[in-house]
Design a protein around this ligand. Structure first.
Ligand code: NDP
Ligand code: DGY
Length: 329
C-alpha cells in the first residue's frame, strides 16, 4: 500500500548528498511522494491541493500550517515534519487535537545559528556593513580617531533572553571575547548556566544592565512583542540589540523609534516581520540597523543534516516508530 506524502524539499540538492539521496530513495520506495521540486516555497494553493489525503507532510517554516491546511489534508494525516527547530508557524493546539505527530530539527542547527548570531553581533557593534559601503563609495578619506567607532565585547555585560540550546551556544562563543558578566532570563533557571557563569536575572535587570542584549528565545504568546517601547527605554543608550529568534518577538515600530532617537546604539536582526522585509521598510533606512535575510542555519552542511533529519522524522512518523526528533507538546 502506498502512503501519500506531500514533501516540499529537494533532499538531493542539499549538502550531504549521498546520505540524503539514500533517505530520498527509502522514501520513494515506501511512499507515494508529491514533491514540490523547487527551492522557492510552495504556493499556498498548491499546498492545499497537494496535501489532500496525505499521511505525512514535510514543511518549511514559511508554510503556515493552520486549520485550513489540516482540513485540506483530512483525517489521513499522521505526521508533520518541519525543516526547522522553530514551530511557531504551526497551529499546535489544532495539531494536537487531531492526534498528529510532529517532527522538528533541534540541535543540528545550533552551532550554525550561534555562529551567525556572533557574526551579526560583531558586524553590528563594529559597524562592518557601514565600513564596507564607505570603502566602496569613497567615504574613506583617511584614518580618523573617531570615524566608524563602535562597541567591543571585552569587559562588557551580555544579556541572553532564552538560554536554550542556541542561547547557550551563543553564550559559550561570546565568553572568550572577554565578556565580564553574562546575564540570562527566561521562564526557568538553567542548570548548565554555570558553564558560562550565567546569572539568572529578571528581564528588567537584564535589559537595563546589559551592553549587548541577545534574543534567542522561542516565539510564543508570552514572547510576542516582548521587545517593545518599554523594553527599549530601559536599555542603555550605548547598548546593542541582536535578534536571531523570530521577528514577532520585537515590536519593529518601537525598535525604529529607539534606533532613530538614539535610545539604543544599534540593532542586528536576522529575523523580521514580515519576511522578506519590504525594501522600503523604515528600518532599512537606518545606518545603525543591520538586517539579514533569516540565514541563521544557512550552512550547506547544516541544511543537509536538517533535510535528512526531517525526512527521517517523517518516515518514522509514517511507520509509527520513534522519531529521531519528535516534538513533545
Ligand atoms: P530551545 O527550546 O532550546 O530554547 C528556547 C528558549 O526560549 C528556552 O531557553 C526558553 O526558556 C526560552 N523561552 C521560552 N519562553 C520564554 C519567555 N517567555 N521568556 C524568555 N525566554 C523564553 O530552542 P532553540 O535554542 O533550539 O531555538 C530557539 C529559537 O531560535 C527557535 O524557536 C527559533 O525561533 C529560533 N531559530 C532561529 C534561527 C535563525 O535562522 N535565525 C535558526 C534556529 C532557530 P525556558 O526554558 O526557561 O522556557
Ligand atoms: C529554525 O529552524 O527555526 C530556523 O529559523 C531556520 O533554521
Amino acid at each position: 500500500h502506498f502512503i501519500n506524502v506531500f514533501f516540499f524539499f529537494v533532499l538531493a540538492t542539499s549538502g550531504n548528498q549521498t546520505h540524503n539521496l539514500g533517505v530520498a530513495h527509502t522514501m520513494l520506495a515506501l511512499c507515494k511522494v508529491s514533491l514540490w521540486d523547487s527551492d522557492e516555497p510552495v504556493p499556498r494553493a498548491e499546498l492545499l491541493k497537494g496535501v489532500a489525503g496525505a499521511h505525512g507532510l514535510l514543511c518549511l517554516l514559511s508554510d503556515k500550517i493552520d486549520t485550513e491546511v489540516l482540513d485540506a489534508a483530512g483525517p489521513n494525516l499522521k505526521v508533520i515534519s518541519t525543516l526547522s527547530v522553530g514551530f511557531d508557524h504551526m497551529a499546535m493546539d489544532e495539531i494536537k487535537k487531531r492526534g498528529v505527530r510532529v517532527g522538528y530539527t533541534p540541535d543540528v542547527l545550533t552551532d550554525a545559528t550561534a555562529e551567525l548570531t556572533v557574526a551579526l553581533l560583531l558586524a553590528t557593534a563594529r559597524r562592518l556593513p557601514e565600513g564596507v559601503v564607505e570603502v566602496i563609495n569613497g567615504g574613506w578619506s583617511t584614518w580618523k580617531p573617531l570615524w566608524l567607532c563602535g562597541y567591543g565585547l571585552s569587559g562588557s555585560t551580555v544579556g541572553v533572553i532564552g538560554l536554550g540550546r542556541i542561547g547557550m551556544a551563543i553564550a559559550r562563543r561570546l565568553k572568550p571575547f572577554g565578556v565580564k558578566k553574562l546575564l540570562y532570563s527566561g521562564r526557568t533557571a538553567k542548570s548548565n548556566a554555570a558553564e558560562v557563569e550565567g546569572e539568572y536575572v529578571p528581564l528588567d535587570t537584564l535589559v537595563s544592565e546589559s551592553d549587548f542584549v541577545v534574543v534567542s528565545c522561542a516565539l510564543t504568546p508570552d514572547t510576542q512583542g516582548l521587545c517593545n517601547k518599554d523594553f527599549f527605554c530601559k536599555m542603555k543608550n550605548t547598548a546593542v540589540f541582536i535578534n536571531t529568534s523570530r521577528g514577532a518577538v520585537v515590536n519593529q515600530e518601537d525598535l525604529y523609534q529607539a534606533l532613530s532617537s538614539g535610545q539604543i546604539a544599534c540593532a542586528g536582526l536576522d529575523v523580521t516581520t514580515p519576511e522578506p522585509l519590504p525594501t522600503d521598510h523604515p528600518l532599512l533606512t537606518l545606518k545603525n540597523c543591520v538586517v539579514l535575510p533569516h540565514i541563521g542555519s544557512a550552512t550547506y552542511s547544516t541544511r543537509g543534516i536538517m533535510a535528512e533529519l526531517s525526512a527521517n522524522n517523517l518516515l518514522a512518523g509514517l511507520q509509527g516508530t520513534d522519531m529521531p526528533s519528535e516534538l513533545k507538546f
